[in-house]
Design a protein around this ligand. Structure first.
Ligand code: NGQ
Ligand code: ZN
Length: 454
């Protein structure tokens, strides 16, 4: 049993002073005592808030951040970015993927993401053949999680077709491809791998309505009848148009009508929805997996936040392409994109007087925990001991109390407030730096410089 004592903490009942959190050997919170607690607790200066789940990540894409920011011939788009991404991933070895993922996870922990949902589709060798161990790449993701201490929900991806209408995969996609039967084998192996990692959870990720058939999606949801189901949906307008042509409905509309979307579903992006789709998605209890920095980077469009929130829609946030890994910046970008769209302020809040920072943070906690099927999102017994500690002495926090602390975190000071991060009871970040940053960054630099040269 370990115990930490914080100057102040955000508990399910609100802000409390002098809080002791006792943690079991399983990395879960055993007891929370406001206003004191047992002797012998390790004192941590600062303000404790729950660690955030990162509900959508393709870790390997961290290694290409900055590679696609140069104007190409004839104008750039999501689809030209995807070509660059395919070229980048075509050369990655399992060692490369592990090195890049480990460094991405170090950065996530340093900004307060204590658990990652890895939407994992880089399965096979560069010729598209499964490795001798079909779970080779899944094992590398698990190894990166273990090395860094970030919690993991692994979402192996079902990817069969190159586009709508069961199109053949293009050469850039061959490393992703499995028909349903081989995906079932991959899932069994991935389940074993995840089983060796304490607290790790597995779900499935049919990549998108472009990459699987309607029958496959029904089949996969039935075979894997419990656990998270994540799918990219309605990110680009071209995808909506192609979906109309192929399936006779818009992507989110089709999923709602045909798949019985419920609480185990997470629709990644869900950018282009009519008001009707937005309200129906909200009522379904599913989570919208918003990735505001990536959606901005890729020119996707702006989520229908006002209507979604007005209908009590649930959302979480993801770093997706990892172009920038920064939890407060994701939340800020989400709110600012809504402000620019609505030409209004304090949009992602539901009630008068509510702090926007608090609203964004607590909704992203709950939505992420649900989407990743993890006990987290509040400092309470039975939950993962995932705790982010903010620097109470930071000048930007002068005079701030209560929820204003979260407004300062999201809108002004940002990640600079984050000093200590505890994941599953282990103190992995102190003074803003991950305990293995040096060696993991060294390996990352070697890998990325080699990739840049070749
Ligand atoms: C992905 N990323 O799977 O990494 C996708 C791009 C696709 C985003 N959609 C590829 N942001 O959607 O086909
Ligand atoms: Zn994605």
């Amino acid at each position: 049993m370990r115990a930490f004592r914080f100057k102040r903490a955000l508990l399910p009942t609100g802000w409390s002073d002098d809080v002791t959190v006792e943690i079991g050997d399983d990395g879960l919170i055993a007891r929370v005592t406001p206003g004191g607690g047992p002797d012998g607790a390790e004192r941590v200066a600062g303000i404790a808030i729950p660690g955030l789940p990162n509900l959508h990540c393709h870790a390997f894409q961290k290694g290409m951040a900055g590679l696609a920011e140069r104007r190409g011939p004839g104008g750039d788009s999501f689809w030209t970015w995807r070509e660059v991404m395919y070229r980048f991933l075509s050369r990655l070895t399992p060692d490369d993927v592990e090195a890049i993922a480990a460094y991405a996870y170090v950065e996530m922990l340093e900004v307060g993401f204590t658990l990652v949902g890895e939407f994992h589709y880089l399965h096979h060798d560069p010729q598209g053949r499964p490795y001798a161990d079909i779970g080779e790449m899944a094992g590398r993701i698990a190894a990166a999680s273990r090395a860094t201490g970030i919690g993991l929900t692994l979402l192996p991806c079902l990817y069969t077709y190159g586009g709508f209408g069961n199109a053949a995969p293009n050469p850039g996609q061959i490393r992703f491809i499995n028909a349903t039967d081989r995906f079932v084998t991959l899932m069994s192996r991935s389940r074993e791998i995840v089983g060796q990692l304490p607290g790790a959870v597995i779900g499935i990720a049919p990549h998108s309505l472009r990459a699987v058939s309607a029958e496959q999606l029904r089949e996969a949801a039935a075979i894997f009848a419990t656990g998270p189901v994540h799918i990219h949906a309605a990110e680009q307008t071209k995808e909506v148009d192609d979906c109309m042509a192929a399936l006779g409905a818009r992507p989110v509309q089709w999923l709602l009508d045909e798949m019985g979307i419920d609480q185990r579903w997470c629709l990644i992006h869900a950018t282009h929805m009519t008001d009707d789709e937005t309200a129906r998605l909200a009522r379904s209890g599913a989570v919208a997996g918003l990735c505001p920095l990536t959606e901005g980077s890729l020119g996707d469009g702006i989520f229908n936040g006002e209507t979604y929130l007005a209908t009590q829609g649930r959302f979480g946030i993801g770093t997706d392409s990892n172009i920038q890994i920064d939890a407060p910046a994701e939340l800020r970008q989400l709110e600012y994109s809504q402000r620019l769209k609505a030409r209004a302020r304090n949009v992602m809040t539901a009630s008068e007087g509510e702090s926007t920072g608090r609203s964004l943070y607590t909704r992203a906690l709950a939505g992420g925990a649900q989407a990743l099927a993890q006990p987290m999102g509040a400092l309470a017994p039975g939950n993962r001991a995932d705790i982010v500690v903010l620097d109470a002495d930071h000048p930007d926090l002068a005079g701030a109390s209560g929820d204003m602390v979260l407004d300062v975190l999201v809108f002004s000071a940002g990640r600079g407030l984050i000093r200590t991060v505890i994941a599953a009871g282990q103190c992995v970040v102190s003074d803003g730096r991950h305990r293995a940053r040096e060696e993991i960054a060294k390996r990352y630099r070697e890998v990325v410089s080699r990739l840049a040269r070749s």
